[in-house]
Design a protein around this ligand. Structure first.
Ligand code: PLP
Length: 394
């Protein structure tokens, strides 16, 4: 294995270990436990004197391949694969905090992430301040003596706001706090939070890493010291481990990640331009367009647009529903990152639990629609939009 391989090569070969059979494809090790040749071998394994697995809740061979491949892609020293993206987020945040600590989080978060910091953490005496993360001054103002974690997502769901990760990391380092970045929307290909100064990166592998809508998964990546000190024991004893079957599915998904994300991004970019020209669309937000409100930060920290497009229809909810219902190729679903193009109306689905005020703060109106571009032929997607837009009243 070579660390100098470029991403596309690492994603096919990185982290692979082979059994005595020399199988081409990665093997699935569906086993709970492992046997030892002797009592002394078991003792040595438990003492950490020899390498090897102990119990699948702690780690197992297929999961290990997935973790190693993700480390190569992310430039991280170590990782833990979790059963879902939310298991990754919850573990990454709670494993390093205790009662009396304080989190500063950007308020534009995936709904369940927001629940973890806003509702769950306070039950255990961990305070949280939610801010508009676009302005670095807000991060600085929210700092308290007990601030230990900065948490953010960039670009955000669904309005694709971006946050200056290097700027937030600089502030965190001044007070010894850790920056946790949920990098799902950027994908590991287009944004490298660790290189930008963040300390911990989390993914929902359910999205682009699987990319074919099959299984849930997540991963937490960081340096070895942080994982050893914070996540290692938490992970072993609270049990968020990924199923080896899902680790295998995700390993196969990850092989084609660059091909899929490239096609999805090209499709998203074309659709964004097409929608921007429609007189039924009030606004298009796409990180790959020059008119994105934060194009300067995107140029600094991202190397690609996004597979997602957010746009606002002039006709509000009625127009949004009519558009979604008229689409034939593009399916209505709250999921994202899939090979299939998916469209969702955040105000009535993913963000329905927020108050009207909170939705307005995030820029979500009744006419806001989020598209996750798939890998279909872009001509078919444009034709689908063209047909559907013609049917709605402006
Ligand atoms: C989907 C998602 C999650 C949660 O991941 P699951 O795999 O569904 O648990 C967290 N953050 C972001 C940004 C997501 O899109």
């Amino acid at each position: 294995m070579s660390k100098s391989w470029r991403p596309a090569t690492q994603l096919v070969h990185g982290g692979t270990t082979r059994s005595q059979h020399g199988e081409t494809a990665e093997a699935i090790f569906l086993t709970q436990g492992f046997v030892y040749d002797t009592s002394a071998a078991a003792e040595a394994r438990f003492k950490g004197e020899t390498d090897g697995f102990i119990y699948a809740r702690y780690g197992s061979p297929t999961n290990d391949m997935f973790e190693k491949r993700m480390c190569l892609l992310e430039g991280a020293e170590d990782a833990r694969a979790t059963a879902s993206g939310m298991a990754a987020v919850t573990a990454a945040i709670l494993c390093q905090l205790k009662a009396g600590d304080h989190i500063v989080a950007a308020r534009a978060l995936f709904g369940s992430c927001r629940w973890v910091v806003e509702t769950l953490a306070p039950k255990y005496g961990i305070e949280c301040t939610l801010i508009d993360g676009r302005d670095l001054a807000n991060w600085e103002k929210a700092i308290q003596k007990n601030t230990k974690v900065f948490f953010l997502e960039s670009p955000t769901n669904p309005t694709l706001e971006v946050i200056d990760i290097a700027g937030v990391a600089k502030l965190a380092n001044q007070i010894g706090a850790k920056v946790v970045v949920d990098n799902v929307f950027a994908t590991p290909l287009f944004q490298k939070p660790l290189e930008l100064g963040a300390h911990v990166v989390v993914y929902s592998a359910t999205k682009h890493i699987d990319g074919q809508g099959r299984c849930l998964g997540g991963v937490v990546l960081s340096d070895k010291a942080w994982i050893d000190e914070n996540l290692h024991d938490y992970f072993r004893h609270t049990g968020p481990a990924m199923s080896p079957f899902n680790a295998w599915t995700l390993l196969k998904g990850i092989e084609t990640l660059p091909l899929r994300v490239k096609q999805q991004t090209e499709n998203a970019s074309r659709i964004a331009d097409f929608l921007a020209d429609s007189n039924k669309v009030a606004q298009v937000i796409y990180p790959g367009r020059k008119d994105h409100p934060q194009a300067d930060i995107i140029a600094k920290q991202m190397t690609g647009g996004s597979t997602l497009v957010c746009f606002e229809l002039k006709g509000g909810k009625e127009a949004a529903f009519a558009l979604q219902d008229a689409l034939e190729v593009i399916k209505i679903s709250n999921n994202l990152g899939d090979a299939k193009s998916l469209i969702t109306h955040p105000a009535t689905t993913t963000h329905k639990n927020l108050t009207d005020e909170a939705r307005a703060e995030l820029g979500i109106s009744a006419g806001t629609v989020r598209l996750s571009a798939g890998i279909e032929d872009s001509e078919d997607l444009i034709e689908d939009f063209s047909r559907a837009l013609a049917k709605i009243n402006a």
